[in-house]
Design a protein around this ligand. Sequence first.
Ligand SMILES: Cc1ncc(COP(=O)(O)O)c(C=O)c1O
Length: 440
Amino acid sequence: MTTLEHCQALDARDPLRPLRDLFTLPAGVIYLDGNSLGVLPSHVPARVADVVTREWGQDLIQSWNRAGWFDLPRRVGDRIAPLIGAGPGEVTATDTTSINLHKALGAALALAAQRTGDSAADGGPASPPRRRTILSERSNFPTDLYIAEALCRQHGLQLALVDAPQDIAARLAPDVAVLMLTHVNYRTGAMHDMAALTAAAHAAGALAVWDLCHSVGAVPVDLTAAQADFAVGCTYKYLNGGPGAPAFVWAHPRHVSQPWQPLAGWWGHARPFAFTPGYQPAPGIARYQCGTQPIISLSALDAALDVFDAAAPLGGMAALRAKSLALTDLFIALVEALCPGQFTLVTPRAHGQRGSQVCLTPTAALPAGCAYAIVQALIARGVIGDFRAGDDAQPDILRFGFTPLYLSHEDVFHAAHHLQGVLQKQEYTRPEFNQRHAVT
Ligand SMILES: Cc1ncc(COP(=O)(O)O)c(C=O)c1O
């Protein structure tokens, strides 16, 4: 089994090691929840303080121009673009993933309607497509399904859900207008082949909309190479933008100027300060903005992205991916050696199908329903992961996210040994670890 000395030796020759010093990691914490909320980069508070005290406090309204507040969504979008294989001017950082998905999916449905001749190809508001189905997975993140469900109700469409990834291609029948998928599954850490599924969607005459929440900053993404149609994602996970940080939206350049997105607002207008009563969409991705943007949060995100500038000369996303796979491989091997027979690995072993997290479910060797308490006992030991409840179709899950920017092999070694300790001492039986909090 891997020793502590071996892990320390791996850390000593880790090219990304200097990046850990860019973060404020609380003492005694091994943070395996960067797939939910990333760690604070140390320089972000100073940027936020400057935005609040100087740009807002002193310069007031002039900062929309002088401090570049007005362009900030697109400037931040340009910094996210290289991480997802998009070009300059193709991404804007705005609103939430849920809201951006509503816009992207609404636009994709409008495009589908144009293609089937159901609405005039003048880029006007959406009308329902003749292809009447949005196809997704039952295990997709619920907000994605709720957004799709609402659009289906609005347009008289249906949402078709497959139970297994291998069923997607077969369900791409001529009724499908849009294939809407999350690249890396939030519960399992399983990663789709974006290029293959986008090609399958296109071959079936459908459009492909991707949610990159668990991919951006964690795994290499190339939307352009995959010929994807639309993408959205959040920035508070692997991009470390902070709680509720603005999300992003991308439309392929071949689509960006076509239909209206359904949330037309003045920030997406071609000339917002002309204050005309009629809507005229801005050229390019700016039309995917809606109302006034959260400048303080956007500024925090802008500063947080400096970390990726620092990662670029150290190997960038390729180096981050290599380390992420090494960390997740190490965690899997240690857990299997230290807790034999007590967990089933939910995350795929194959590198090509694995995101940057490891999910475990307790076997029958452990008491039923103990997953939540195991996570709470780990948190009490300073190892922060999280829990996702199961249902009839899916088991309870312990989720561990591995952010290669700030995690070491030594962290992984200690985390696995703490997990073994929780089981050996049956800490999950303690009443305080069995009280459910609102956020799990
Ligand atoms: C795949 C996925 N999509 C969407 C969301 C949530 O989006 P929002 O930022 O709108 O809450 C999450 C949140 O964890 C997610 O994992």
